[in-house]
Design a protein around this ligand. Structure first.
Ligand SMILES: Cc1cc2nc3c(=O)[nH]c(=O)nc-3n(C[C@H](O)[C@H](O)[C@H](O)COP(=O)(O)OP(=O)(O)OC[C@H]3O[C@@H](n4cnc5c(N)ncnc54)[C@H](O)[C@@H]3O)c2cc1C
Length: 388
């Protein structure tokens, strides 16, 4: 008797064996498809892309659009969903780091990805992209990723986009796609900006609203010039009621600076919008982690902790900086995509010590349960030992 004969006594074995026999005789052989799967996945989700800056366009005094094209001879770029981002890698003063940027061009333009970068005060990467990068330079990026896109099964066809500052970029991609393709979807963009002359894509937005009945555009200025007759202030419940009218069956999307999220969510609650009707883009690490709820009050952000990397070196890490930044400063590059705690690419095992992870970071339950941290949004509050 063979050692495998016992399987015949397992409940259901005979049924499964019979089914396999039937499939062998009558089903189509798909093994040839299997051979192509790896190649197809590689085309759709390559780990890295090398993209040449083909054009740089000034949008406002603080913002530029970089057009990125493939360096491969066939010009191929993986497809994406309007609203997704790419993570752009850069080497600055000997530090290799990355930042995600939403693609602002339409997914129907298959020849390029546009990213639109706004200057951030003392920004490490934004300053480099805006001031140092030249046409012709090749940048390494991830493939498009992210979950902030339209889902026809759940989002209906009446969409409201609440944008602030550079948070316009994923919406621009969506608006361009819908209006260029003539898709049957209503969109109302409520765009908050501080200054009138810093509104990104202003002419194009006005033009598209003028020529497409399914796209409405409301600009709201928080520091309007004297005599300004348009909408003023912030995106409040009253303002939304005024410009949107009926709230029934609308899906709200929010993208902008971090403080805008909590603010807008409260205003939408006042209007009785259920949370399942509100979608928010991820927004990177907080500007000042010590202001986050739960931060240990007696811990100064300039405190330096030791982080031992199992099988590697021990580095210094500032309490007030994401662990990923400290690792990058020490020349250790952890795979990264969203740098916001969502994508799980950088998941790292915490073997010893404690980190602070701000509320609202979207860690997977399994990562929490098994002691994994996401160094992009984890801050050391003790000496640590980690395994990358
Ligand atoms: C999904 C997503 C989409 C986004 N899309 C856009 C977009 O379309 N347009 C846009 O403008 N922005 C976008 N952003 C924001 C963007 O990713 C950057 O956060 C933004 O450009 C600011 O980056 P920065 O490096 O200039 O500034 P910061 O990240 O604030 O730079 C300061 C950081 O750099 C670190 N740092 C400073 N010096 C060093 C050093 N020597 N070595 C290593 N680190 C150092 C600091 O500790 C600090 O953490 C998006 C963010 C997300 C999450």
């Amino acid at each position: 008797m063979s050692s495998m004969d016992f399987v015949k006594d397992i409940d259901g074995y005979q049924d499964v064996a019979k089914e396999i026999e039937v499939l062998r005789n009558y089903a189509r052989d798909y093994s040839y498809v299997g051979r192509n799967v790896k190649r197809t996945i590689g085309m759709l989700h390559p780990r890295r892309l090398s993209l040449r800056v083909s054009e740089i366009r000034e949008e406002t005094s603080s913002t530029k659009t970089l057009r990125l094209v493939s360096i491969s001879s066939n010009g191929y770029l993986p497809p994406f969903q309007a609203g997704q981002y790419i993570n752009v890698f850069v080497d600055i003063s000997g530090v290799r780091t990355s930042r995600p940027y939403s693609i602002s061009s339409s997914p129907s333009q298959r020849g390029y990805y546009d990213i639109t970068v706004r200057k951030v005060e003392d920004g490490f990467v934004s300053s480099y992209l805006l001031e140092e990068v030249k046409v012709g330079q090749v940048l390494e990026t991830t493939a498009p990723a992210g979950n902030f896109y339209y889902n026809p099964l759940f989002h209906g066809d009446d969409l409201v986009f609440l944008a602030g500052g550079s948070g316009i970029t994923p919406f621009m991609s969506m608006i361009r796609e819908v209006t260029d393709k003539g898709l049957d979807r209503k969109m109302h963009l409520v765009y908050g900006s501080q200054w009138e002359d810093d509104v990104i894509f202003q002419d194009e937005l006005e033009d598209r609203a003028l020529h497409h009945g399914n796209f409405k555009y409301s600009l709201v200025l928080s520091s309007p010039p004297d005599g300004y007759t348009g909408l003023k202030g912030f995106i409040t419940a009253e303002l939304l009621e005024q410009v949107l009218g009926n709230m029934y069956d609308k899906m709200f999307y929010i993208c902008g600076p971090k403080p805008m999220y909590a603010y807008c969510v409260k205003e939408l609650e006042k209007l009785g919008i259920p949370s399942r009707k509100v979608r928010m883009e991820i927004s990177g690490p907080p500007k000042d982690v010590t202001l986050e709820p739960g931060w240990p009050q007696d811990l100064d952000k300039s405190t330096v902790f030791k982080v031992e990397i199992r099988g590697g070196k021990t580095i210094d890490a500032l309490a007030g900086e994401p662990l990923m930044v400290s690792l990058e400063r020490a020349g250790i590059v952890v795979e990264a995509m969203c740098r916001s705690g969502e994508c799980s690419m950088c998941r790292t095992k915490l073997l010893k010590g404690k980190v602070f992870q701000p509320q609202g970071v979207r860690l997977r339950k399994s990562d929490r349960d098994f002691g994994y941290i996401h160094p992009c949004v984890a801050y050391p509050i003790q000496d640590l030992e980690i395994m990358i």
